[in-house]
Design a binder for this molecule. Structure first.
Ligand code: ATP
Ligand code: MG
Length: 256
């Protein structure tokens, strides 16, 4: 079955358990939203999926298009098409944006045929994302504003064309115009051969991206899944409303 599958995962940071009994399936071609209270494990899940060396998987299985990711390190997962847009993108002084993008473009499945094909594509992506061309000569994220860093993550997305993208609060800190551009970047990728998990706290990005499904991660596992009505319920009644909806004994214990 094509898609990202997470089965019964228990994982955490070093020896601390943060995620438990976590199940999630994102089919090929779908974009799912992941919401949840602060500190309940969303970024942890992103790091575990990506294979961050400080994070440990204690139990369970993770596969992409039927292939287990568990024995693969970060770079091998990236080569399989996994991409993480960071909540806090790192500054890399000494590496220019253009060098970095050329390098990742050359490593993707269908690399640009030559330098001029790469430059044409880069120009188109810069125009699409309304990024000033002078940015490509700057060091990656060095001195970039919060919003500029997030736009740079989307430029990487369009350059890398990954199989599965995780956006960890890519909408945070964006002004309304930048938010539209980021949403357009995600929507541009949509279609067969691309799936994504969009981690966010607010509906404003989801209004533009229109996710195929919405999941709520609470206390380290998926506490509720549904459609856009979950986002509306969350906005209206907060997480208490979602807990009432899921209403299992387990949730009642959590809420107390
Ligand atoms: N380096 C660390 N040392 C100790 N605890 C950590 C560390 N990193 C994360 N944690 C803890 O792991 C838990 C889950 O954090 P995580 O970043 O996954 O939450 P989150 O759902 O992404 O929250 P937010 O919505 O605020 O981004 C939190 O309790 C956090 O304090
Ligand atoms: Mg987080």
């Amino acid at each position: 079955m094509k898609g990202l599958r997470i089965d019964n995962v228990q994982a955490g940071l070093e020896s601390k358990v943060i995620l438990s009994d976590l199940n999630l399936y994102v089919p090929d071609g779908e974009v799912h939203a992941l919401m949840g209270p602060n500190g309940h494990g969303k970024s942890t899940l992103a790091n575990v999926l990506m294979g961050h060396p400080r994070y440990q998987l204690f139990k369970g299985a993770i596969s992409l298009d039927g292939e287990s990711l568990l024995d693969l390190d970060v770079s091998e997962r990236a080569r399989r098409g996994l991409f993480l847009a960071f909540q806090y993108p790192a500054e890399i002084p000494g590496v220019t944006v253009s060098k970095f993008l050329k390098r990742i473009a050359d490593l993707r499945k269908d690399p640009p045929k030559n330098a001029s094909a790469f430059l044409t594509e880069l120009k188109q992506n810069l125009a699409f994302l309304e990024i000033d061309p002078s940015f490509v000569n700057r060091y990656l994220n060095d001195g970039f504003s919060g919003g500029e860093k997030k736009r740079m993550e989307i430029l990487q997305l369009l350059t890398l064309k990954p199989r599965f993208a995780i956006f960890d609060e890519t909408d945070s800190g964006l002004d309304v115009d930048a938010l539209k551009i980021v949403a357009a970047g995600i929507n541009k990728m949509r279609g067969p051969g691309f799936s994504a998990l969009v981690i966010t706290h607010y509906r404003r990005l989801l209004d533009l991206v229109k996710p195929d499904a919405v999941h709520i991660l609470e206390r380290g596992h998926i506490a509720a899944s549904g459609g856009f009505e979950l986002v509306e319920l969350l906005e209206k009644d907060g997480y208490e409303g979602v807990r009432r909806l899921s209403g299992t004994v387990k949730e009642a214990v959590y809420a107390s």
